[in-house]
Design a protein around this ligand. Structure first.
Ligand code: F58
Length: 838
């Protein structure tokens, strides 16, 4: 009868709903082949490595979708507070290996692919590296997603699905950088799920009307934001988070006017323009260009995100004034700061909240991370532009500022200077909106990314605000994920660590690595660390052989500086010292050569397309490389390579091969740096300045395990003035010789040498290259000396690896969770989502 029918049906459904993909080799093989046939529509008997990659990726994605769905449903049921990490950049790197390791099914996939005649490693190399970020800021967001998932925090990432990521760098025959557009979606992206049903309208331009009750923003242009979701697995947890990236498409409503005018083609063309908004990542490094399209991108992704967040909150019936009890929003730099005005607009214009309630809630939701103190990098938008593009937001920003300054005046009557300093609006021609000030005023917490940097955020950037609300300002020292940067990038060393610790739990609890220190004197451990290093150096040596046709010895010291090319990072100082080393070798007697430690110098990084000096530095490096590598006198003692197209994948390949890495910014200028952490975790030592996280790394691993040089932050201003006003002139004869050779165009033409040398003149040397040079050369000499004693060197690297626990992004994220977001770890508990009708 009917009752039996229903329960039979329910049983069947229940059986289906509680079935998960089996994890054994043969089932996985079948899943992969199924995707070859049904997803890729290829014959099962004929598919290549690229198809194998895609089918494998789809099969892994299926698993992630299972846990993703369960996790999201679980979070909803438990009604947890979530953090939303808003970032214009997520520099995720390849997904496949990371997902396999986090899910703990790498060996099964290896087995399945082997049966199909493929090697997992090779298959993994088919994946494009999605470069949706510039550098440290974007990669930090990616490490944070991994840690958020691993710690079981309820979190979402929100950003932009750029069609073109960071440009591909090539080097011309003459040694100049060439930028190639990165259309990374040519072969599709199996890690994303297109959600054509998750879409929001986003408005630009137009005008403001008051309808008697509240303001309404009308007219202008409307585009539609479409969601693309990528599941983010955690390590050794079922929890799977979501990264939601927005893509811009034409709005679905039609502007009937232009159609009825009969102008069909231009009506279509104007729709097409919508897609431009999410088309390209701005490859700017540390200077703000003030481009209208960039502000459009910011409002586009922030508006869609906030609509999505508010909709999710409103699924349960409760007042929006409680939003902060379920929602924390982290602003990754000032790029999403327009969200403060946008949330106010939603509250007031759409949800009929009054100003006070709206503002009280908004400031309990947002917090802001600052990533730089460089004045030229702080975002400012002209009032005219904001007024034109986002008229309602401009009104709201003015009102936020009026009320904010009213408080300042009350407390400091007559102090006009203070008022000017604290204003969100910078007076001048043109008037500007200071996004960082808006972020500070609208946030409950503001943090820097390393101790020294957070100090400078208080003392240099926002001293007046710090004085009023000292507790608002925090430090959250950056970290990196040991999953990608050790376990995945460096299997050789990871295996050694796990064997000595007798566990691989250190992968999600880095502090366990302290246990390595007790074995530091063991000859066995020392040998195994050195063997792992040799394995990694061999791989890079092969790469060099393939790319440059040059043979390098793995006995040489591998010296690496890879990061965006910027004057403050001082790649120029590095290459100048390489020239000095070259000159010194040329003068050596055979006996001296015998004593000399061979070096392989590797430099890599992209220069922003419009950053002329940075591009000159690349040209100089390539020039030096050519001269040095082809000089028979030098032999194996020195080799120089510029590695093209530095990205996450390349970083994973070469960082494990480092003996020493360079983090040599002018003190006070590198907010934190994160590659410094990766290099040490992979068994190398650092030559560096007292800047960014170097300072804290030194605190953890000890001064004996680092090569520190250069002026301290508190000495910089004075040194700069001395240089500028003639009180100081370097007398380093090695540097003088190197500069003379550059002047004689030994390494590059005068188009490059002249501007570079001009920048090294005392009155122009803002980054203090000539001032720190001797001290840098001394530190380099110590590096050479210490490398001769391989036993003491490897002991230093073991001790350092053991003591790097602080720099796991798991630690960083716990601090954010506890001190800023007020979150609870919520590991998924299976029983709670069992199919409900049974
Ligand atoms: C970097 N900033 C800092 N900005 O320079 C670095 O010290 C820090 O470790 C890292 O953030 C993470 O906190 C950075 O990468 C950018 O790439 C901006 C992108 C948008 C345009 C301006 C530069």
């Amino acid at each position: 009868d009917a009752a039996v029918e229903v329960s039979e049906k329910d049983k069947i459904i229940h059986n289906i709903m509680t079935q998960y993909l089996p994890r054994d080799v043969d089932s996985i093989l079948k899943q992969i082949v199924n995707h070859v046939e049904y997803t890729l529509a290829r014959t099962k008997y004929n598919f290549d490595e690229q198809h194998a990659y895609q089918a494998t990726a789809y099969s892994v994605r299926d698993r992630l979708i299972e846990s993703w769905n369960d996790t999201q449903q679980y979070f909803t049921e438990k009604d947890v507070k979530r953090v939303y990490y808003l970032s214009m950049e997520f520099l995720m790197g390849r997904y496949l290996n990371n997902a396999l390791l986090n899910l703990g099914i790498e060996s099964q996939y290896q087995g399945a692919l082997k049966k199909l005649g493929f090697d997992l490693d090779e298959v993994e190399h088919q994946e494009r590296d999605p470069g949706l970020g510039n550098g440290g800021l974007g990669r930090l967001a990616a490490c944070f997603m991994d840690s958020l998932a691993t710690i079981n925090y309820p979190a979402w990432g929100y950003g932009i699905r750029y069609k073109y990521g960071m440009f591909e760098q090539r080097i011309s025959k003459e040694g100049y950088q060439i930028e190639i557009p990165d259309y990374w979606l040519t072969a599709g992206n199996p890690w994303e799920i297109e959600r054509l049903d998750v879409k929001y309208p986003v408005r630009f331009y137009g005008e403001i009307k008051h309808n008697g009750k509240h303001y309404e923003w009308q007219g202008g242009e409307v585009v539609t934001a479409i969601a693309y979701d990528s599941p983010i697995p955690g390590y050794d947890t079922y929890n799977t988070l979501n990264l939601r990236l927005w893509s811009a498409t034409p709005a679905s409503e039609f502007d009937l006017d232009s159609f009825s005018r009969g102008d069909y083609y231009s009506a279509v063309a104007s729709k097409e323009a919508a897609e431009k908004i999410s088309s390209v990542l701005y490859p700017n490094d540390a200077t703000e260009a003030g481009k209208e399209l960039r502000l459009k991108q910011q409002h586009f992704f922030v508006s869609a995100t906030l609509q999505d967040v508010v909709r999710r909150f409103k699924k349960k019936d409760r007042p929006l004034t409680e939003l902060h009890t379920k929602v924390a929003i982290q602003l990754n730099d000032t790029h999403p700061t327009i969200g403060i005005a946008e949330l106010m607009r939603i509250f007031m214009d759409h949800e009929s909240m009054g100003w006070s309630a709206a503002w009280a809630t908004t400031t309990k939701v947002f917090s802001y991370t600052n990533h730089t103190v460089l004045p030229e990098a702080l975002e400012r938008w002209s009032v005219d532009l904001v007024e034109k593009l986002l008229p309602r937001h401009m009104q709201i920003i003015y009102e936020i500022n009026r009320r904010h300054l009213e408080e300042v005046v009350k407390k400091y009557p007559g102090d006009g200077d203070k008022l000017m300093r604290m204003s969100i609006i910078e007076e001048g021609f043109p008037k500007m909106v200071r996004m960082a000030v808006l972020a500070v005023v609208g946030s409950h917490h503001v943090n820097g990314v390393a101790a020294i940097h957070s100090g400078l955020v208080k003392s240099r950037l926002f001293p007046d605000f710090y004085k009023e609300q000292p507790d608002k300002f925090l430090n959250m020292t950056n970290g990196v994920t040991p999953r990608r940067w050790m376990q995945s990038a460096n299997p050789a060393l990871s295996e050694v660590i796990s064997r000595w610790l007798e566990t691989d739990e250190w992968v999600s609890n880095y502090e366990l690595c302290r246990g390595l220190e007790q074995f530091v004197d063991s000859a066995d451990m020392q040998r195994e660390f050195r063997e792992a290093k040799r394995t990694n150096k061999k791989r890079v040596a092969e790469r060099i052989k393939k790319e440059f046709g040059v043979e390098v010895s793995t006995d040489a010291m591998f010296d690496i500086q890879v990061k965006r090319i910027h004057e403050y990072k001082r790649q120029l100082m590095n290459v100048l010292s390489i020239i000095c080393r070259y000159n010194a070798i040329k003068r050596m007697t055979p006996a001296e050569k015998e004593e000399c430690v061979p070096r392989v110098c590797i430099i890599g990084g992209k220069a922003a397309a419009g950053y002329v000096i940075a591009k000159h530095i690349i040209r100089l490096i390539n020039g030096v490389s050519k001269v040095v590598n082809n000089d028979k006198d030098v032999g194996d003692l020195l080799k120089v390579f510029f590695m093209t197209n530095y990205n996450v994948t390349l970083a994973e390949d070469i960082i494990p091969a480092n003996d020493i890495s360079q983090h040599i910014s002018t003190a006070g200028m590198e907010a934190s740096g994160t590659s410094n952490m990766k290099f040490v975790m992979n068994g190398g030592l650092i030559i560096g300045t007292m800047d960014g996280a170097n300072i804290e790394i030194r605190e953890e691993i000890g001064n004996d395990n680092m090569f520190i040089f250069g002026l301290l932050e508190e000495e910089i201003d004075r040194a700069r003035n001395e240089l500028k006003y003639g009180g100081y002139q370097h007398t380093d004869s090695r540097l003088q010789e190197a500069m003379k050779q550059i002047e004689a165009n030994k390494y590059c033409g005068k188009d490059v040498s002249e501007p570079l040398l001009k920048n090294l003149q005392p009155y122009n040397d803002y980054y203090l290259v000539t001032r720190d040079f001797s001290s840098y050369m001394d530190a380099q000499a110590r590096v050479d000396e210490e490398y001769k004693n391989q036993t003491s060197w490897v002991k230093k690297t073991i001790t350092s690896v053991a003591r790097m626990g602080k720099f796991s992004s798991d630690r960083t994220i716990r601090e954010y969770g506890e001190q800023i977001w007020n979150l609870e770890a919520t590991p998924f508990v299976p029983s709670s989502v069992a199919y409900k009708t049974v």
